[in-house]
Ligand binder design. Structure first.
Ligand code: PGA
Length: 256
C-alpha cells in the first residue's frame, strides 16, 4: 500500500512572514491528516524558520527545491544536502523541468544529485516529463525512459525505498491545462514498468509516483483516484493554503 504524498512546491515565492501565515492557515483549514503525507517545499531562506515552526506539527514534512551534489566546498551560491539535513529537511525536488530548461540541468547532473541526496539521508523527488513537442512526435516513452534510466543510474535497490518520482508533463506545468486522468495513469504505468526494469517488480510497486501539472481542487480527486497515481506535486494551487487544503481533502476523498 503506497501512502499518497502531496507536496506544495512554492518555487520562488513566499517570504518568511508569508510562510508563517500560510502554515497557520493550513493547520486551521486542514486540522490534521494522517492518511496523506503532506510536504511543504519553500525557498531555502524560509527553511530554518519553517523547520522550527513545524517541530510540533508532525503531519507536515519539509522539503527543498534543489541541492548541490557535493557536501561542501567552493561552489558559490549553492546549498548542500548536508546543510538541508541539518535543518530537518526530508525531501528534495531534483530535476524539476524549470531547473532542466532554465538552468541547464542534464540527466547526468540530476543523477549526481539523486545519488548525493540518498547518501545524505534525503528522499529525492525526481521530476521527469516530456514537452508537448516530444509528445506530438511520439517520443514521450523514450524521453521518460531516458530520464529514469540515467537519473537513477547507480542507485542501489535498497535506496529505491526512499525515492519518489514526479511525472510532470511540461505542457501541463503552470498552464492550467492538466493531463487528463487517463493520460496521467498511462504515463504512470509506463514509468512503473521502467522502474521495474531498473530495479525489480516488487520494488517498483512500492515506489510512489506523483503527478504534477496544473493540479487543483477541480481535478485532484479524479487524478488521485487513478491506480498508479500516488500523490501530486502542486505548484500554483499550493501557494494558497485554503486551496492546498482543499486538494488534501480531495485526496482523502479519493482514498475512500
Ligand atoms: P503547477 O506547477 O501546479 O503550477 O502546474 C507544478 C510544478 O511545477 O511542480
Amino acid at each position: 500500500m503506497r501512502k499518497k504524498i502531496l507536496a506544495a512546491n512554492w518555487k520562488m515565492n513566499l517570504t518568511q512572514d508569508e510562510a508563517d501565515a500560510y502554515v497557520h492557515s493550513l493547520v486551521r483549514e486542514t486540522g490534521e491528516t494522517n492518511d496523506v503525507e503532506v510536504v511543504l517545499i519553500p525557498a531555502f531562506t524560509v527553511i530554518p524558520a519553517l523547520a522550527a515552526r513545524l517541530n510540533d506539527t508532525a503531519w507536515i514534512r519539509l522539503g527543498a527545491q534543489n541541492m548541490h551534489w557535493e557536501k561542501s566546498g567552493a561552489y558559490t551560491g549553492e546549498i548542500s544536502g548536508t546543510m538541508l539535513r541539518a535543518l530537518y529537511v526530508r525531501y528534495v525536488i531534483l530535476g524539476h523541468s524549470e531547473r532542466r530548461n532554465l538552468f541547464g540541468e542534464t540527466n547526468e547532473i540530476v543523477n549526481r544529485k539523486v545519488k548525493a541526496a540518498l547518501e545524505q539521508g534525503l528522499r529525492p523527488i525526481l521530476c521527469i516529463g516530456e514537452s508537448l513537442q516530444e509528445r506530438d512526435l511520439g517520443h514521450m516513452n523514450q524521453v521518460l525512459e531516458e530520464q529514469i534510466r540515467v537519473g537513477l543510474k547507480g542507485v542501489s535497490l535498497k535506496e529505491f525505498h526512499d525515492l519518489v518520482i514526479a511525472y510532470e508533463p511540461i505542457w501541463a506545468i503552470g498552464t492550467g491545462k492538466s493531463a487528463n486522468p487517463q493520460q496521467a495513469q498511462e504515463a504512470h504505468v509506463l514509468i512503473r514498468s521502467v522502474l521495474a526494469q531498473v530495479s525489480d517488480s516488487g520494488i517498483a510497486e512500492r515506489v510512489r509516483i506523483q503527478y504534477g501539472g496544473s493540479v487543483k481542487p477541480e481535478n485532484a480527486q479524479e487524478l488521485m483516484s487513478q491506480k498508479d497515481i500516488d500523490g501530486a506535486l502542486v505548484g500554483a494551487a499550493g501557494l494558497d493554503p485554503v486551496t492546498f487544503s482543499q486538494i488534501i481533502r480531495c485526496t482523502e476523498a479519493a482514498l475512500a
